[in-house]
Design a protein around this ligand. Structure first.
Ligand code: AMP
Length: 274
């Protein structure tokens, strides 16, 4: 596994790679089995896999956890090496960003609803860095988790709108056995909070079971989820179609139920695609 910290060196190295399919997995590190599932998919489907670890400052809002975001670089290197990746990219913010540079803006509607409404400007930072990383890596395939459903939607939209020649691969959410969606931020949770957080995935499971039994009404489903989320502070429960448009009735194979809550001081998101 080669490790690059300088963008320039990575670009030079990638320019020497010929006739090989490149897979790319962008992450912010503190790797867990969710990340590993994306990496595994990339190594299965490509000749070369690049993983980036970069806690991107521009996607954090004032007062968010940028400064205390979990860092486990030595463990992450081992995970990447065992997973058989070819290139680990560990850039610094100084290397990635320059002063007074052009900015890509998230779509003015879908970048500012749901997650983007609570974190205005977050998706500008996400798209800015993903665009840079896709240009640097020249990936044929880039792997993103459904866990960050709106991010995935907006990255796909960006790639389509800007004619970027990377195929965006959607990867399923990996959960603990008890249902809790894996997240680097789960590290912040105490044992009691972890217990409390289980109601998130339980509520999504319950809603999806009701849909299987014929329930289609979005308001009824939201109410049921609301009742299940007793142990946490709800930020939003939203049900949209896969185009991130509001719906009144569930459309099978075209709907997503999205939840954001606080468990203690930790903000968690989860969703289910139905
Ligand atoms: P992050 O390091 O949190 O920015 O995540 C990097 C990538 O891993 C993103 O595409 C996430 O959607 C994805 N990811 C994070 N958690 C999970 C999970 N539990 N299951 C699947 N993918 C995940």
């Amino acid at each position: 596994m080669k490790i690059f910290t300088k963008t320039k060196n990575l670009i030079e190295y990638i320019s020497t790679i010929k006739d090989k399919k490149i897979g790319f997995v962008p992450t912010m590190g503190a790797l867990h089995n969710g990340h590993i599932s994306l990496i595994k998919r990339s190594t299965d489907e490509n000749d070369i896999t690049i993983v980036s670890i970069f806690v991107n400052p521009t996607q954090f809002l004032e007062g968010e956890d940028f400064k205390k975001y979990p860092k486990k670089i030595e463990a992450d290197k081992k995970i990447c090496s065992y997973a058989g990746i070819d290139i680990l990219f560990l850039p610094t913010a100084k290397d990635i960003y320059s002063d007074d540079e052009p900015h890509l803006l998230a779509p003015s509607i879908k970048g500012y609803i749901i997650e983007g409404y609570r974190r205005p400007g977050h998706f500008n930072g996400v798209l800015q860095v993903v665009l840079k990383l896709l240009n640097i890596t020249k990936a044929n395939n880039a792997y993103f988790g459904k866990k960050d459903a709106q991010q995935l939607y907006l990255v796909k939209k960006m790639v389509e709108s800007l004619y970027i020649r990377t195929n965006i691969v959607e990867c399923d959410i990996v959960r603990e056995e008890n249902g809790l969606a894996l997240s680097s931020r789960n590290i912040y949770l105490t044992d009691i909070e972890k217990q409390k957080a289980l109601c998130i995935s339980k509520s999504l499971k319950k809603a999806s079971a009701l849909v299987i039994n014929g329930e289609r009404n979005v308001d009824s489903l939201k109410n049921i989820i609301l009742h299940e989320l007793k142990e946490v502070r709800i930020e939003y429960i939203e049900i949209v179609n896969r185009n991130f448009e509001k719906i009144e009735k569930i459309e099978i194979n075209n709907s997503i139920i999205l939840i954001a809550v606080y468990v203690g001081a930790t903000r968690l998101i989860d969703n289910i695609w139905i």
